[in-house]
Every structure is written in C-alpha cells, then in structure tokens.
Ligand binder design. Structure first.
Ligand SMILES: *[C@@H]1O[C@H](CO)[C@@H](O)[C@H](O)[C@H]1NC(C)=O
Ligand SMILES: *[C@@H]1O[C@H](CO)[C@@H](O)[C@H](O)[C@H]1NC(C)=O
Length: 319
C-alpha cells in the first residue's frame, strides 16, 4: 500500500542512474530474507510485465527510456502483432497498473533457434518513452569483460509458483535468490548448453527455487559487490520443469549480447544512452579525436559516454 506522503517522495527522487533502487534502499535496509516470496515496493524497479489483451505472458527489463529487453521465444510464435503488446511497469501488483506502454516493434536476434534456444534474446521498442521515477529505473548492462564472480543474484517474476498448476500465476511480483552454476558443471546436466547460456539455481536442504513459465524474458540481476548497483546478467530462458532438484534454470548470457543490443538500439534511431549523442555537440572541436578513441577490447568498461557510439560502430566494422 502506498500512502500519499510516500507517493510524493517517489516523484521527487529522480534516479538517472541504472541499477539503483532509491526507494527500496530507503525503506528496507538489512532485510535479506531467503526464499520465494513477494518482492518489496521498488525492489526490482527495472522489472516489466509484457502483456497481450491485458494478460501477462512474459517478463522483461527496462534498458532505457525506449527499450525493453526480453526473450526471443516469447514472441517467436508470431501470434500477435507488436502493436497488440503492452508493457506494464512501475508496479509489483498486476491488478493495479499505473503505466502501460504500447510497443511499436519487436527485434529478435537473427541467430535465435527454437530447437537449441541459443540467442534467446529480443528487444521491444516502445511507442512512447518511459518517465523514470523511483519505481521505474533502467537496469545496468554487464560491463565487459564481465567480472569473474557476481554477488547477490536474484530473479523475479509473475510466473507460475507451482510447476504443475497453470493457475498458479501470481499477480504479485515474486522473487527468488539465485546462485550462478559453473558452466562446465551445468553442461554435464544439459549437454546442449551453448556458450551463450548460463545456469543458475538455488537449493537448500528442503527447497529449490527456480524461474518458471510466465517468468521467461525476465532478468537475472546481480551486483559486483554487496550494496552496489545492479546489473542484468541473464535473461530467463528455459529449463527442465521448474524448481526440480538437480536441474538449474537456463538463462541467456547477456554479456555476449551487449554489442548486439547497442547496435540494434542505434540502428533503430533510439540509442541506449541519449546523452551519448548530445554530449559531443557541447564538446570543443579539439576534443573530438579523444572522443573517438575506443577503449581496447577487454579493458574495464567505464566508457566515456561520448565515446560509446563511435566505438560501437568501429567494433561493428571490425567484427
Ligand atoms: C528444513 O526443514 C526442517 C523441518 O521442517 C527445518 O527444521 C529446517 O530448518 C529446514 N531447513 C532450512 C534450511 O530451511
Ligand atoms: C560467450 O561468452 C562465453 C563466456 O565468456 C565465451 O566463452 C563465448 O565464446 C562467447 N560467445 C560468443 C559468441 O561471443
């Protein structure tokens, strides 16, 4: 329940940064409870519900004011037109939607294969931009190279909470903690695992947690060190059943697709970070050579914003 006074504070906090969750941090410090349970207000402000005729069918995440990231298999059947899709955001409660935005196009990866589920990634371009608030925040893309270890991983979704009961979709956003499983170990369980996938699971002696049908397309988010900002590491893709002991869930490995995402966003005329376009205009001419300098592949990716686009282009050419 949101009371008027807290509503006010929502509108006054203007998070421009990805992966930050001001509202959640303000209210619920030190509450780390392990288990499949309801997410708190503002805990996953990048989480969206993708709907068709007011029915939730897949999850997604906010990348920028124009772009939603999701899984290709959610859209591949071609059953609906992009314009029939809505993206609901800024809430955990699907019975009360403050914002629903129309989609104008769905771009899925050309290498997506339904049989192998390789490259299970899609981008949705919105018809109107998202207004960011404390309840709608973009998630950060993984840096490159990605850290060798991620911390505090979570998935959230409105999918089935009971793997055999199709009516167990929830209207409240649920969350489960996740551990990333070693790729080699996971490929023993799933011989068809590709290099573009990652496995994650959480099991204790009594229960195992997993994403399930209806959660697809939603983000696996982690941080680099506890208490720091949140990055999307994977996209919920597939599994064997849900929450079966010994069978982790499979995610699209996002670090392999960050350049693809940047390229698509740019080609469609809505680059991920619009500041990147405006910035060079203000710059003095003399700085131009510097702005077009690219960080070496494999260097820590604290890219200068003005540099981002020219680098993407250069890399695209050198691919
Ligand atoms: C597992 O279940 C037992 C019995 O219900 C309980 O005592 C124990 O604390 C549980 N363990 C965990 C890690 O939840
Ligand atoms: C994807 O990432 C993995 C792990 O970093 C790497 O081994 C693999 O070559 C990458 N694949 C592509 C197509 O970039």
């Amino acid at each position: 329940m949101i009371f008027p006074s807290t509503l006010l504070s929502l509108w006054f906090s203007i998070p421009a940064e990805c992966g930050e969750r001001s509202i959640y941090e303000e209210r619920t410090q030190h509450s780390r409870i392990i288990g499949g349970q309801e997410a708190k207000v503002g805990e996953f402000p990048w989480q969206v519900s993708i709907q068709e005729r007011n029915k939730h069918f897949c999850g997604g995440s906010i990348l920028s004011e124009w772009w939603i990231l999701s899984a290709a298999h959610c859209f591949y059947s071609g059953e609906f037109l992009p314009t029939e899709l809505r993206v609901a955001l800024g809430t955990n409660d699907l019975t009360n939607l403050p914002t629903e935005l129309q989609v104008i196009s769905v771009v899925w990866h050309k290498d997506f294969e339904r049989l192998t589920m390789d490259s299970d990634i899609a981008l949705l371009l919105l018809a109107s931009p998202i207004t960011f608030s404390g309840l709608t925040v973009p998630i950060c893309m993984p840096p490159q190279p990605a850290p060798s270890r991620w911390h505090e991983c979570w998935v959230a979704g409105w999918g089935m909470t009971n793997s055999v009961d199709k009516n167990s979709m929830t209207t409240d956003l649920m969350k489960v903690p996740m551990l990333i499983i070693d790729w080699e170990e996971c490929s023993q369980i799933f011989p068809k695992l590709t290099q573009n996938m990652l496995c994650a699971a959480y099991e204790n002696e009594n229960e195992s947690y997993d994403a399930c049908q209806g959660d697809s397309g939603g983000p696996l988010v982690c941080n680099i060190k506890p208490g720091s900002k949140w990055y999307q590491v994977g996209i919920i893709s597939w599994g064997r059943g849900c929450g079966q002991k010994g069978f982790p869930g499979i995610y699209t490995l996002l670090e392999n697709y960050t350049l693809w995402i940047e390229k698509v966003a740019e080609v469609e005329g809505k680059p991920l970070n619009t500041r990147a376009i405006r910035a060079p205009v203000k710059k003095k001419l003399g700085e131009r050579t510097q702005a077009s300098k690219c960080p070496a592949l494999g260097s820590p990716q604290d890219w200068l914003l003005p540099c981002l686009l020219s680098c993407t282009l250069l890399r695209a050419l050198s691919n």
